[in-house]
Design a protein around this ligand. Structure first.
Ligand SMILES: O=C([C@H](O)CO)[C@H](O)[C@H](O)COP(=O)(O)O
Length: 209
């Protein structure tokens, strides 16, 4: 299981400082959607140059013009780019094709999806990596990611890699272990912590044990 640190609602300087503190504990660096909107894809390039051994996830949250946005992300150095599950099939299919041509990957964000039918459609589109996700605004309404989310994927679990995100912290983390997600995505619990390095390290140890 890999630990992905989500860098959201942060300045470039804050991202840099947080990564200096946490780099040894994390596997994947997620350049958050808002960070990309603020700085452009050049920040993806800077992250890859600074952390060539980490997997860089560009959280593009693409919902249209998939081919162009996938090219943008991969040309900038992303190893993985994201697309919303509600996007048109052609958007997702194009991104999967572009990813194959770059030998990179697409992660499909399941935000708002509760239909197993859509999961099967994604599989048919060639998707092999999805993200169970409770978004920031849903968290504002009191929802957070729980292990129950995994029931959406029970029919395809053997064929898809899975990440999970949405307000995960040290207290909520243990419930996910029984489902063995491939990637655990953590943002605020680390980026807003006083001692970011020790929280990241603790979470890394929890997923390794
Ligand atoms: O994708 C995310 C969300 O949409 C905010 O932009 C976050 O990266 C993801 O939810 C993880 O962050 P936390 O919920 O703060 O752990």
């Amino acid at each position: 299981m890999k630990l992905q640190l989500a860098l959201d609602r942060l300045t470039k300087e804050e991202c840099t400082d947080i990564l200096k503190e946490t780099q040894s504990a994390i596997d994947f660096i997620e350049v958050g959607t808002g960070v990309i909107k603020e700085y452009g894809t050049s920040i993806i390039k800077e992250m890859k140059q600074s952390y060539p051994k980490h997997i860089i996830v560009a959280d593009m949250k693409t919902c249209d013009a998939g081919k162009a946005e996938a090219v943008q992300a991969f040309e900038a150095g992303a190893d993985i780019t994201t697309v919303m599950a509600f996007a048109h099939d052609a958007t997702i299919r194009d991104m999967v094709e572009v990813a194959k041509s770059y030998q990179k990957r697409v992660m499909v964000d399941l935000l708002g999806v509760d239909s197993k039918e859509r999961i099967h459609e994604l599989k048919e589109l060639g998707v092999d990596l999805v993200s169970l996700h409770i978004g920031k605004d849903m968290q504002g309404d009191g929802k957070v990611a729980t292990a129950e989310l995994f029931s959406l994927l029970e029919e395809v679990r053997a064929e898809m890699e899975v990440s999970v995100a949405g307000g995960i912290n040290e207290e909520s983390l243990p419930q996910f272990l029984q489902h063995s997600p491939d990637i655990l995505i953590v943002g605020s619990a680390i980026t807003k912590a006083d001692d970011k390095a020790s929280v990241a390290q603790k979470m890394k140890e929890m997923i390794l044990t």
